[in-house]
Design a protein around this ligand. Sequence first.
Ligand SMILES: Cc1cc2nc3c(=O)[nH]c(=O)nc-3n(C[C@H](O)[C@H](O)[C@H](O)COP(=O)(O)OP(=O)(O)OC[C@H]3O[C@@H](n4cnc5c(N)ncnc54)[C@H](O)[C@@H]3O)c2cc1C
Length: 428
Amino acid sequence: MRSKPSVLIIGGGVAGLSSALTHLQAGFRVTLIEKRKQLGGRAWSDAKGLDNGPHVILGCYHHFRKLLRALGTEGLFEKEESLQLTWVFKGGQSLRLRPPKLPSPLHLLAGLIRLDLPLKARICLIKGTLSVRLPLPPPGTTLQDWFVKRKINRDTQSLFFVPLCRAVMNVEADQADARLFLKTLRVAFGASRKEGAIWCPTAPWSQILHRAGALFLEKNRVEWVHASVKALSLSQDKGIDSVTLGNGQKRSSFDRLVLAVPWEEAAKLAPFADFATKAKEIQSSSIVSVSFPPPRQPFPFNEPLLALVGGEPFHFLCKAPSPNGWLTLLAGAADHAQIQTQEAWIEEALKCFQTFFGPGKLLPESPHQSCRVRREARATIASTPRIAGLRPKPGPTEIQGLWLAGDWTDTGFPSTLEGAAKSGAFPA
Ligand SMILES: Cc1cc2nc3c(=O)[nH]c(=O)nc-3n(C[C@H](O)[C@H](O)[C@H](O)COP(=O)(O)OP(=O)(O)OC[C@H]3O[C@@H](n4cnc5c(N)ncnc54)[C@H](O)[C@@H]3O)c2cc1C
């Protein structure tokens, strides 16, 4: 009897776990090499259970949700029925988008028309939202260019498009690839209203991905090697031959190798591949989160996610799933802010918190000691028009036996959990 084909996956983030699932389902024997102690890659938690930064998902993250179902953790999210957003303005006034139960996209239009805003502002918002369905702009267009072309007014930009752009693209509108952004919105506001629903985790990512991932690998007899891969070697006929680990050991008995590591690491490990030259040019975009212990008085909002209008450099306030009651201010595309030190980030966060929620007793005592700052310098790739041409396709490469996966590959999605999961779901 022919033995099972085997695959060696490098990287235990979402792309690597998704690739493990795909290959198991296709009957492969799977080995996974991960250099860190935790699975889950860029979605991880510290020893206290505080996440490295808030991660939310959308109903349209179908590949990621398939992975969650395989891990048994799809239930660990607070799910809405459709896109629901709460905006908070300086001083604490708020505005809530709560679309009614109508087919998509009517639900969204009806939700916008019900907003507590002047009629003209609501009409502009509806016009702006409908523009998403107009023909896509040419390649190279930024979202800011598209605002000008489609005459999207400032309020519509700052209420609707800019928060979504930061959340999905992790760059500012004047940098964002308009085509990729608009295509993503079309998916989110497409077939059903559930597609655009925001899902917030109710457990730390170490529980959702790491612990559940480890059990999943064990149950499916996946060999999980805790090691860093230092080099890939080619055979004489230029196919992939072996990998060398940090301790000098070599692994060579596999039929396929899936490289599921971030762009810079992929370029270093496979300098001989076509994708390496382009991967080296991909720019990263950072995310900074500042987390506070529970406020000393009841917090006036119950929503797990608030969009802060004019809160730059912070755009969202999220309830951390753990430790209980902690709040996190999130700054996407954070390089823009040019804030260098942890101390300066805490100062900025305290100022922002007080501007939106008042100087009362909401802040913890001695916040400088109790706040946590987490800066993820390479949180995502910067989804700019230039980078669109640098992303290789996921799946087989021109090197015999070498496959690619990762949020940076060209999946049609920005650099997200869904992009990562989709890249690993390339048919085995
Ligand atoms: C703070 C923050 C907030 C975010 N928020 C969101 C969000 O709200 N929604 C969303 O969709 N996305 C969000 N993202 C992006 C999302 O986390 C990533 O797109 C996704 O996790 C990438 O998965 P990946 O598997 O492609 O890469 P990674 O998660 O980077 O996984 C790669 C793995 O490879 C391992 N590795 C690297 N080199 C080697 C080596 N040489 N040998 C062995 N192992 C190696 C790494 O340790 C890592 O575990 C956020 C990211 C951050 C940092």
